[in-house]
Design a protein around this ligand. Structure first.
Ligand code: MD3
Ligand code: FE
Length: 203
């Protein structure tokens, strides 16, 4: 546990370079079938700086109408591609007794992209953890408490790192302050990819 918060586990270097390259090859194939889209904020329509796609039976989307999980890509209308075995294996390894993951959100950060402080509350199952995998450039990650005004701490997430957010950490505020350009050679044009595995519905 870090930040004095139970349920937040940091597994640095979980994937070695070969494992990262294998995951990246899967992500490239997924994004070829389910192109990155630029979500917009509900009501305001303000675009996110992060582009997204998903794999698995459900995918997270955000548009003018709200945030939600849905079985199809918002632009192509096609079902999301299957989740790679490497990710279901990761979930079995770190998610304890939680039922299988239903969604893998793929966030792509160009070097100037950020993600503001937020909670993940669009799932119907806060008992299951969220499992995150970082690929590419290092990012400065910030995590606080369950109230927006709680103090925050920041730490760096490097390519191959895994974070498990369960227990009281599951509803902690968190965000990505910045991506440190040129800190990894995994993505030839730079940037960062974050994968988040989630259980969305009760079993
Ligand atoms: C802490 N993604 O997709 S991953 C998100 O790096 C998201 O793209 C960030 O926040 C990213 O919603 C952070 C690490 C993470 C994911 C979920 C959490 C940290 C979390 C849920 C609760 C607390
Ligand atoms: Fe989040």
């Amino acid at each position: 546990p870090i930040n004095g918060m139970s349920g937040l586990y940091y597994l640095p270097g979980y994937f070695d370079r070969e494992g990262q390259e294998q995951l990246l090859a899967h992500i490239r194939a997924i994004v070829a079938e389910a192109p990155l889209f630029q979500p917009v904020m509900p009501k305001t329509g303000k675009p996110f700086s992060v582009r997204m796609s998903n794999c698995g039976p459900l995918g997270w989307v955000s548009d003018i109408r709200g945030y939600r999980y849905q079985p199809a890509h918002p632009e192509t209308g096609r079902p999301w591609p299957a989740m790679p075995d490497a990710l279901t294996h990761l979930w079995k390894d770190v998610a304890g007794t939680a039922p299988p993951p239903e969604a893998c959100l793929i966030n792509f950060y160009d070097p100037s992209a950020r993600m503001g402080l937020h909670q993940d509350r669009d799932e119907q199952m806060f008992e299951a953890p969220v499992v995150s995998v970082s690929l590419g450039d290092t990012a400065t990650f910030r995590v606080g408490g369950v109230n927006r005004k709680d103090p925050t701490k920041s730490f760096r997430l490097q390519s191959g790192d895994v974070v498990v957010l369960g227990g009281e950490a599951r509803l902690a505020f968190h965000g990505i302050d910045r991506v440190l350009n040129g800190t990894s050679t995994l993505l030839k044009n730079g940037g960062r990819i974050n994968l988040t595995l989630r259980r969305v519905t009760p079993p």
